[in-house]
Design a binder for this molecule. Structure first.
Ligand SMILES: C[S@@+](CC[C@H](N)C(=O)[O-])C[C@H]1O[C@@H](n2cnc3c(N)ncnc32)[C@H](O)[C@@H]1O
Ligand SMILES: [Zn+2]
Length: 273
């Protein structure tokens, strides 16, 4: 960890972290450390309702196969002979960080997110995981070349900072929705769809990186109406359609409804230096 103001290392002092220059940040009662500067816009952070819905949806196991795949890829290229931490960027509740730490038994991990309700959960996601409040578009409060594994699952991507924190032997694992992802809900419920050019945009974002593997994970879920509602409520569409309209559209769905999961998981090595 590094101080977000001066980028000096921290030491732990009772219930706060403090850098050499004296900048200090409290460890919250729930166990996370908020390093977000006062005044940073937090408009893109997930709300408490979104986080609760995401936690419910993930706890039901609907994305367990994605967590398994990410965990397996992290193990395959874990470079056990090298030191390094696992970093989950915009990691939400820390679900994927926990899956990776379960499989990389010697490692510790950090989950970074802008959402306080997410951080409260991420702080408890894994005994070897910690949660930091940070805007991942800004300089990350993490030292240079220390991450052996960086996760970016359905979140914003700051390639320059990912490159800076990744160790030379490190691996970036991204997961992005494909156009068919949750398509049986997107149309009928008026959710925000997936940009068909997302793949090209991602390739441009990581053009300096070396793509070392790509997996397409597709499977069918059978969701009851509560789970279908959670799938909407955990994403940006939650504020897009008013609650009464959404409830009547969900009522009109088959119960259970068959829903496609379609996610592209790409692994990258950092650029050669
Ligand atoms: C779609 S959710 C994905 C969460 C998690 N990776 C998962 O898949 O369960 C996007 C996450 O990005 C976070 N977020 C949005 N903007 C952010 C930013 N600028 N910096 C850090 N996190 C951000 C949100 O709070 C939310 O937790
Ligand atoms: Zn400082």
């Amino acid at each position: 960890m590094r101080c977000p103001i001066c980028h000096e290392p921290f030491r732990l002092d009772q219930r706060r972290v403090i850098c050499g220059a004296g900048h200090s940040f409290d460890v919250a009662r729930q166990g996370y450390v908020n390093l977000i500067a006062t005044g940073t816009p937090t408009g893109t952070a997930d709300t408490a309702a979104m986080v609760a819905a995401r936690e419910r949806f993930l706890a039901a196991g609907h994305f367990a196969r994605l967590a398994e795949l990410i965990g397996r890829l992290a193990v395959e290229r874990s470079a056990p002979q090298h030191p390094g931490i696992v970093v989950d960027l915009a990691g939400g509740t820390g679900y994927y960080l926990a899956a990776v730490l379960d499989r990389l038994v010697g490692r510790v991990g950090l989950c970074l997110d802008l959402s306080t309700p997410a951080l409260r959960r991420a702080a408890r996601a894994h005994p070897r995981g910690a949660a930091l409040g940070a805007d991942t578009w800004l300089r990350l409060p993490i030292a240079t070349h220390v991450a052996t594994t960086v996760l970016s699952v359905f979140g914003p991507r700051n390639a320059a900072e990912i490159e800076r924190i990744l160790a030379p032997h490190g691996l970036l694992i991204t997961a992005s929705p494909l156009p068919e992802h949750l398509q049986q809900l997107v149309g009928p419920l008026g959710m925000i769809g997936i940009d068909p050019h997302k793949g090209q945009r991602q390739a441009a974002t990581f053009e300096r990186f070396q793509s070392v593997g790509s997996d397409v994970l597709t499977y069918e879920l059978s969701l009851d109406h509560d789970d279908a509602a959670a799938a909407v409520a955990m994403g940006p569409s939650a504020v897009h359609v008013d609650a009464a309209t959404l409830a009547s559209r969900i009522q009109a769905l088959p119960d259970p409804v068959a829903v496609t999961v379609a996610v592209q998981v790409t692994t990258y090595a950092p650029p050669d230096h």
